[in-house]
Design a protein. Structure first.
Length: 209
C-alpha cells in the first residue's frame, strides 16, 4: 500500500510541477486568467499533462485509501474527482467569445463536478478520527467557499447583470479551489499511513466509520 500511495503522491506532485511550469512560461496574470485559458498558449500541452497526472494520482490515492479501510463513498468520490480531472484535460474549453461547444460543455461540467466532489470527500473523511482530520476539514471548507465565488459570476451573468473580472478575480478564486483540493488529496493519502485512534482502540474501520 505504501508503494501505491507513494506513486500516487509522486504523480500528483509531478502534475503540480507541470502546472507551475505552465504558469511560469505563459506570463499571464493568474489573478484574472482562468487556468483553462492556458491551453491556448504555446506551452498549453502542459495543461492536459498536469490534469492527467492529477487524475492518475487521485486514482492511486483512492485505491490506497480503499486498502486502508476508508469508507466506500470517500473512495468513490476520489475516483469521480480523478475521472473529472481527466475529462477536463481531454476536452479543452472554448476560446473566449466562442459559443459553447460540446468539448467546452464537457470541460465546464467536469470542472464543476471535480470542484464539488473533492470537498465532499474531504468532509466525509474528516468525520472519522483520522490523522490530519482537522486540516482536511479546513481545506475542504476553503474549497467550498472558493467554489461559491467561482460559480457566482456565471449565475450573475445568466441573470443579465454585467460583471467583469475586476469585480471577482476569477483566476484567484479558481486557484484557491485547485490548491485546497490538492491539499485535501495529499492529506487524505497521508492519513492512511498511520493507524487511526479508532484502530488503536479496537474499532473496525481505520479511516472512516
Amino acid at each position: 500500500m505504501k508503494a501505491l500511495l507513494a506513486t500516487g503522491l509522486t504523480a500528483t506532485g509531478a502534475g503540480t510541477g507541470a502546472m507551475l511550469i505552465l504558469h511560469a512560461r505563459t506570463g499571464l496574470d493568474p489573478m484574472r486568467t482562468v487556468i483553462s485559458e492556458y491551453a491556448f498558449h504555446s506551452a498549453g500541452w502542459l495543461l492536459p499533462t498536469s490534469l492527467t497526472l492529477f487524475a492518475i494520482g487521485g486514482v492511486l490515492t483512492a485505491e490506497a485509501l480503499r486498502r486502508a479501510g476508508a469508507g466506500h463513498w470517500v473512495v468513490m468520490l476520489l475516483v469521480a474527482w480523478s475521472v473529472s480531472m481527466f475529462l477536463i484535460g481531454a476536452f479543452p474549453t472554448d476560446r473566449p467569445g466562442v459559443p459553447l461547444s460540446m468539448s467546452g460543455g464537457i470541460h465546464r461540467y467536469a470542472a464543476f463536478a471535480a470542484f464539488l466532489v473533492m470537498p465532499a470527500a474531504g468532509m466525509l473523511l474528516a468525520r472519522g478520527r483520522t490523522r490530519y482530520a482537522r486540516a482536511v476539514r479546513i481545506l475542504s471548507a476553503i474549497a467550498l467557499g472558493a467554489l461559491l465565488l467561482v460559480v457566482v459570476p456565471y449565475v450573475v451573468r445568466m441573470l443579465g447583470i454585467p460583471l467583469t473580472n475586476d469585480d471577482i478575480p476569477a483566476g484567484l478564486t479558481q486557484r484557491l479551489v485547485v490548491i485546497s483540493e490538492l491539499g485535501v488529496l495529499a492529506l487524505a493519502g497521508l492519513s492512511s499511513l498511520r493507524p487511526s485512534v479508532q484502530r488503536s482502540q479496537g474499532a473496525v474501520s481505520p479511516i472512516l466509520a
